[in-house]
Write a protein that binds this ligand. Structure first.
Ligand code: ADP
Length: 183
């Protein structure tokens, strides 16, 4: 399935994000930036060691204590089909004293802001925090759609945001719970 929102500037699709051809894909990283399971593991496995080396440099030079939740950094795309990987750390559900929605929104907004700073036009996101970090998928759908719509309303340079779900049921659940105003 594939579905469009926001005058086709947002595409919802099913797939493996490591196979996406876009200017950047977003990694649902953890604060260490040194790899993990889920999307993170898949991106590093396919992207090769250059991405990890750049992440190590970022840790050393900018975030010795780890990347805070909601923030985003950018590396090259290594062996992936994308020029860049934007790494963001989603909130672990129920570990953020009621601030999870705000933090999840920050992941999307800060990732898109980094894309704009780097003159990128197409960005693909996985469903941040909804795997190991246990954010309920229906709630995440509302938060991500609202924050993306708000960002795109105030921006003209991003041509397309792709929301890539690993399974068809996940994509359909997103479509059911999203809060886009513009179809
Ligand atoms: P988090 O730690 O932020 O929860 P996960 O990687 O555990 O991140 O999961 C985030 C979402 O990404 C989950 O919904 C999971 O099904 C999905 N996912 C896992 N691997 C891939 C992949 N290769 N491409 C797209 N989505 C993926």
């Amino acid at each position: 399935m594939q579905k469009e929102f926001f005058n086709n500037r947002v595409i919802v699709k099913v797939g493996d994000i490591t196979q996406e051809k876009a200017d950047a894909i977003v990694n649902a990283a953890n604060s260490t930036l040194l790899g993990g399971g889920g999307v993170d593991g898949a991106i590093h496995a396919r992207g090769g060691k250059r991405i990890l080396e750049e992440c190590r440099e970022i840790r050393k030079n900018k975030f010795p204590d780890g990347l805070p939740t909601g923030e985003a950094v950018i590396t090259s795309g290594g062996n992936l089909l994308t020029r860049f990987v934007i790494h963001t750390v989603g909130p672990i559900y129920r570990m953020n004293a009621g601030k999870e929605a705000k933090l999840l929104a920050k992941c999307y907004v800060n990732s898109l802001a980094l894309a704009v700073e780097n003159n990128l036009q197409t960005v693909a996101f996985p469903s941040i925090s909804t795997g190991a970090f246990a954010y309920p998928k229906s709630e995440a759908a509302q938060v991500s759609s609202k924050s993306i719509e708000e960002f795109l309303s105030a921006n003209e340079t991003i041509e397309q945001v792709r929301l890539v779900f690993f399974s068809e049921p996940d994509a359909l659940l997103f479509v059911k719970h999203q809060a886009f105003v513009l179809a």
